[in-house]
Ligand binder design. Structure first.
Ligand SMILES: Cc1ncc(COP(=O)(O)O)c(C=O)c1O
Length: 450
């Protein structure tokens, strides 16, 4: 490794960072992380913190998951790559598909299509949804519906169903035929409704209204996150997603659950769909599938959709889609080891218990600091703090404030993430109660520093 002076002098000089302006990285150079152990990361100055971001919602088992590291190393030595395009496969990916079939069977998802990450998984599900309808002779179904505030990655298809202007405006025109429904976001919504059950009903009415307006026969799929993550951790009322499923079924629209964050235990259930008792047609997964140690993803596919593809004899079911790294043997080996550790440690139960502690701790901070307008979470280890400059008007915080809280919290022992006015917490699922207290104390110091 180059020495510390070299790294600091060249920090962000020759690379552009995602999700920020290049000039901002010059003004405030990114933290250079050099080590990770357990749930902690260490920076180039030797400062150690609890990683309350969990990498990027993906290092669910922390940084010391040795079986995953060993599996990657062993697979690199045995077979570092082979393609799964027509005509070839590998042992790891076959075994993984069977493991995933068992894992997702309660969600009714029995086939896997492998990808290199979350955006790829979303793109895959969107494309296969259109193809499903074409195979069935219903090729007019090409549109997509989704939620405002939803995040579905940054490929053009994903950005088109994305519900946040930050990821859209500079890249327009996006895909035609994408329409957005208000999110069940009680703190701010166009209905002025703060009751979660009533708001869910209003959003569902908006969905039905949009379907009637577009014509059900023109819509391929509805995509949603079971709990909206990057948009600011928005858990819908429990009635919402099951009702969405019913509306989709009634109208012949496929339901895509974007589980890139929620699959594998983060919500306190093994999947977000299972949390709400929903059986989607597709589930997009990535992130924690390999504990973040290898870029990898899987789109899980329902029996009903599989049937249409597998029984087709017209040639329309030929999948003209895939990635060079679909089914990468090292990724598959990493996923097999991760899945085994994930189940062995039963991380969903710890996510639920620690998630409740974290949520309560953050609610206590809200009682102390007026700049906290809303706190959202309560389902596993995904929690957000929405900052405001005035609680009564809910006016946005001063632009620099969330960053100031983040910087002070970092100095006090926890890495947290800022997204717009939100501070987002998504720590590893192996967190202890003591780690939760470190995060809360660091945030307390962060808010006190304003
Ligand atoms: C719900 C959801 N979908 C898709 C993505 C995109 O995943 P990736 O960044 O791996 O492409 C993300 C990433 O955060 C996500 O949260």
């Amino acid at each position: 490794m180059k020495d510390e002076n070299f790294l600091k002098a060249n920090n962000a000089r020759s690379l552009w960072h995602p999700m920020t302006a290049p000039a901002d990285s010059h003004k405030s150079p990114p933290v250079i992380v050099t080590e990770g152990h357990g749930v902690r990361i260490r920076d180039i100055d030797g400062h150690e913190t609890v990683d309350a971001v969990g990498g990027l919602w993906n290092v669910n088992l922390g940084y010391s998951a040795q079986p995953v590291k060993d599996a990657i190393a062993a697979q690199l030595n045995r077979l570092p790559y082979y393609s799964t395009f027509r005509g070839t496969s590998n042992d790891q990916v076959i075994e993984l598909a069977e493991e995933l079939r068992t894992f997702f069977e309660p969600d009714g998802l029995t086939r896997a299509f492998f990808t290199s990450g979350g955006s790829d998984s979303v793109e895959t599900a969107l494309r296969l949804a259109r193809q499903y309808h074409k195979i069935r002779g219903d090729g007019g179904r090409v549109k997509y519906l989704s939620l405002k505030k939803g995040y579905h990655g940054t490929h053009t298809g994903g950005a088109s169903v994305n519900g946040n202007a930050n990821f859209r405006t500079m890249y327009e025109p996006l895909l035609p035929g994408c329409y957005h429904i208000p999110a069940p976001y009680t703190y701010r919504n166009p209905f002025g409704e703060s009751d979660p059950a009533k708001l869910a009903q209003l959003c569902l009415q908006a969905l039905e209204d949009e379907i009637a307006f577009q014509g059900a026969g023109t819509i391929a799929a509805f995509i949603m996150e079971p709990i909206l993550g990057a948009g600011g951790v928005i858990p819908p009322h429990p009635s919402f997603m099951p009702a969405v499923e019913k509306i989709c079924r009634k109208n012949g629209i496929l339901l895509i659950a974007d589980e890139v964050i929620t699959a594998f235990g983060r919500t306190g259930a093994w999947t977000g769909s299972r949390l709400w008792g929903v059986k989607p047609d597709f589930a997009c997964t990535a992130k924690a599938i390999t504990n973040a140690y290898f870029p990898f993803g899987a789109v899980m596919i329902s029996e009903g959709v599989a049937d249409v593809f597998e029984k087709d004899d017209t040639g329309k079911a030929a999948i003209g889609h895939g990635y060079t790294y679909s089914g990468h043997p090292v990724g598959a080996a990493a996923a097999l080891a991760t899945l085994s550790e994930t189940k062995r440690l039963n991380v969903k139960d710890n996510a639920a218990a620690r998630g409740t502690e974290l949520f309560k701790g953050v609610q206590a901070l809200m009682a102390k600091y007026d700049c906290i307008g809303d706190v959202r979470g309560g389902y596993g280890l995904m929690t957000a703090i929405e900052m405001v400059s005035d609680r009564a008007t809910k006016a946005a915080p001063a632009k620099a404030d969330p960053g100031k809280v983040q910087a002070a919290a970092y100095r006090a022992g926890a890495m947290v993430r800022v997204s717009g006015p939100n501070i987002i917490l998504s720590p590893p699922l192996i967190l202890t109660s003591e780690d939760v207290q470190v995060i809360i104390a660091a945030l307390d110091a962060g808010f006190a520093a304003l």
